[in-house]
Design a protein around this ligand. Sequence first.
Ligand SMILES: Cc1cc2nc3c(=O)[nH]c(=O)nc-3n(C[C@H](O)[C@H](O)[C@H](O)COP(=O)(O)O)c2cc1C
Length: 147
Amino acid sequence: MADILVVVGSTYGNASLLADDCTEQLNRLGHRAVLLNEPTYEQVTDHPDVILICTATIGQGDIPANLQPLYDQLRAHRPDFSAVRFGLIALGDSSYESFAEGGKQMNELMHDLGAKPVGQALFIDSCETPDADEAAAEWIDNWVEKL
Ligand SMILES: Cc1cc2nc3c(=O)[nH]c(=O)nc-3n(C[C@H](O)[C@H](O)[C@H](O)COP(=O)(O)O)c2cc1C
């Protein structure tokens, strides 16, 4: 069983709803998952075991406003995440020039901080994936096997 922080980046609610479902699923599967819709630096650096980032992209390849302060603080303070494992679900729309760039930036930052990726990140393109819930649920089922 893992302690999992589910860190959300969302402007219009899609990523937030998806993360909510993922959190429920993780708890049903026997883990202790906590949803952070307004993730703070303190919460995320309080010795988490696993972090699951679920973020959309806004603007022109930007991180959603609720997640940007955490991103900025992590970049500024550079905590040692070498004991942290993480997963990433990135929502985006490939009709935008910078597809899922918010998720990509978070992914890069976690790597920079030494966090260890668990499995492959899931990129959900709303142009190609009509049912994001189904895609995420399938991905979570596989992801937990690797924890
Ligand atoms: C104003 C606006 C800007 C967006 N910019 C991007 C972008 O640059 N890259 C991308 O991949 N998706 C972009 N998207 C698509 C969103 O990431 C996608 O619709 C996502 O599901 C929104 O999630 P949210 O409801 O959690 O904010 C944009 C959507 C809107 C409405």
